[in-house]
Design a protein around this ligand. Sequence first.
Ligand code: ADP
Length: 706
Amino acid sequence: MKLRPERGILPAESLEDAADRAYRLQRVSERLAEALTPQQVLDAVLTEGLRAAEARAGAIGAISENGETIELLAQRGYRDNVLTDYARFPVTADLPMSHVARTGKPLFISSMAERNTLFPSLRGRGQDGHALAVLPLTLEGRLIGVIGLSFGQDMEFSESRRQMKVTLARQAALALERARLYEAESAARDRFAFIAEASELLSSSMEYEETLSRLAQLAVPRLADWCSIDMVGEDGEIERLVVAHEDPEKVRWAKELQERYPPNAAAPHGVGYVIRTGQPEFLPEIPAELIDAAIGDDEELRRIVNELGLHSSICVPLNARGRALGALSLVAAESHPPYTQADFALAVELARRAGIIVDNARLFREAERGANAARALAYVADGVVLLDRDGIVRHWNTAAAAITGVAEEEALGERVEDVLPAWESLSAHMPLVRPGEQAARPVTVPLTIQGRELWVSASGVDFGEGTVYALSDVTDEHALETARAEFVATASHELRTPLAAVYGAIRTLRRDDLQLTDEEENAFLEMIESETGHLSQIVDQILLAGQLDAGAVEIELGECNPADVASAVIESASVHLPDGVSLRLARNGTQRIVCDENKLRQVLTNLIDNAVKYSPDGGQVEIRLAAEDGECLIQVADEGLGIPSSELERIFEKFYRLDPQQTRGVGGSGLGLYICRELVERMNGRIEVDSEPGRGSRFTVALPAG
Ligand code: ADP
């Protein structure tokens, strides 16, 4: 190309040249208009643009956001190593592009010699270059990059040539910005779509572990090469929930790595830092020193990390209610470009939503667990009372309400002493243990609650934030225990009295110094006979009661005539009838019944014995037989001591006696009526009593007719 004069009238061929240049610029504009992505813009500038400018080579650099560095985006026509050698250089460098970036003005250099004068550091470099044009890429006064053009020969740049290059640069800047905006907009659209998709996923289920795992899969490869989510476990340990990568082999590898190098909660960077501080960490470019520090001397780890090629990362906390529940990490490695502010904002938003979901799911689980516990507590037989540290009732289950007679709604939120005055005497005796300690034996305390005499067994656990008490109503057990203790006393007395009599009689009979008449001897022998009979009766009762308890009594049902059984019992009872007591059978039509004849005999014997026994002042004992509605009623009525109505139920209980101290001198084991009721019920019948104290009692046995 010839050198053209700078001023004056352009010759005719110059007009042609100008038209040609205009045409070429037009072509560049068309190509640039078609370019959608920044890459397409760069391609268009470095092909059509170079051709239009008649340049041999060209390169385009972008100014970093902070305006401090120039990053070479693309080149055409230079040697391959240019892109690596000048990948990124500071605006302060002694280089033509840096110079233009600093001044914001185009720079035209006619020859290598001029270049070397201006930029001494370039001396000896770029031997193949001659003239050079470096132009700022500006938009509304804002510098976004620099374009450099190298020409195949030295040349003076005429005004029109200069103008042409400036126009090219302006067009390139516009196209580049437009493509960037377009790209940013479609990226924003993608991000928005991703957030929408992720939100739908996050709200799809309460199983947040599953949902977060799927979220990590969704993020790969759209947001990251690697996506992992770590959660804070119950004991504060960091637990990896998921790690996702497109290649399952790499995931397996990452899991192994995780096991070998578990996350460090105290680490100054990464997951540990983010969870500890609740602050996100954004590393657009992971600094080599950071990787070095993390690796230490571990060569094996260094090899792995190098192979992974991690270069940019975002780690954001899953925060909820001021606490970090976990962290979401996105890492760019082999395929993903370095992260931008927009990516970071997206990650923050994603983590915010995930944090809420995890928190909600946990609250829901907690509530559900609480509801299940409450449901369980509502059905347990023991009363459960939970007091907070201030002694306010926080839980009062159904059984607690039943035992204390205080309804749940009356108790909740109140001081326990206010709703249950007896509490004070209860808690005074109650042993409290700490969680995990061996429970102390519950104490059993008598309480009068709303006029009821109760025995309550209670124990408590003090867990720091409050105390939980277990109460049970052991009134029945306590009564049985008392009766049993009384039985031991009664039974020993009952056994000792006849034994003493028998012993005394035998000693008397054996005495040589006493001359007994036949009559006297007979009286002693009869006494021995009757007392031993009495003894064996008591022993039989004890044995039978034990067998009944064990379910070891066999009932052989058959048909029999109750009148015959009653007559036989009366006959044998009549033999030892005390003075003043008479026995009589009254039948008002009878019918055969279904029963075990021996057991019925035993029942009637007991009832008649009692009737006689509890008529210490004499009177008539009548056995009445009647048929009624398919049943046979056998009544034993006396005119003796009678039974207070409050005791009518209890006399059938095992060991229960009205008068354990035997103030009326009437002994017994407290087992007779218990045995009667058990036997009658096993024969499909029932036994009832009515009585008037001082006037007598009437026991009725009803058995099914045959
Ligand atoms: P015991 O061996 O003490 O007689 P029971 O079980 O036969 O035991 O009777 C229980 C209690 O019921 C007795 O202690 C007595 O107080 C009362 N009782 C039973 N039968 C009569 C009755 N016919 N008249 C009055 N009290 C009775």
